[in-house]
Design a protein. Structure first.
Length: 164
């Protein structure tokens, strides 16, 4: 069964708190974490930190914009999973494990805010404190969607999994 508005699938969850240190690459580190810990469905529920390098794909664009400087993270939200192969959406290699759909908003030293899809290449400046919600009773995959033309999130009830 697939979770829909008409037939939602509910899940209990566990919170995992992480801190990424200066110089760490954000998206790849998060994807590696969910793959290493066999996390099939996860969402970012809180984040506070800063970046020196930002890699963002703006709305309705194919190319990634790379920025250097000092940026505050205003928002970092999205979903992560180990079940889906990497996708061009997040800049992963085609053979990568772990899927993601993460959005990032950052502000510069003048308070200007920009945002879009977080791509690989974002690097931590001072710290990045992240809280993830792991939903053990769900599995996320990315599957072709005829309506959008992209691989989109599909949510299913998880099969029996070992205790994390």
């Amino acid at each position: 069964m697939i979770s829909t508005i008409a037939t939602p699938i509910h899940s209990r969850g566990r919170h995992v708190a992480l801190r990424l240190k200066p110089g760490e690459e954000v998206l790849g580190t998060l994807q590696d974490f969910v793959v290493r810990h066999d996390i099939a469905a996860c969402t970012i529920v809180s984040s506070v930190g800063s970046l020196t390098h930002a890699a963002i794909r703006y709305a309705n664009r194919d190319e990634t914009t790379h920025l250097e400087g000092h940026f505050e993270i205003c928002s970092l939200i999205g979903t992560l999973e180990c079940a889906a192969p990497g996708e061009a959406l997040n800049g992963a290699e085609a053979t990568a494990k772990g899927g993601a759909h993460v959005h990032l908003s950052i502000s510069d030293g003048e308070g200007r805010v920009i945002g879009g899809h977080m791509m690989r290449g974002c690097r931590v400046y001072t710290t990045l404190e992240i809280v993830l919600l792991v939903m053990d009773e769900l599995t996320f995959t990315r599957e072709p969607c005829d309506a959008s033309g992209y691989s989109e999130l599909v949510i299913r009830a998880a099969t029996a999994r070992h205790d994390q």
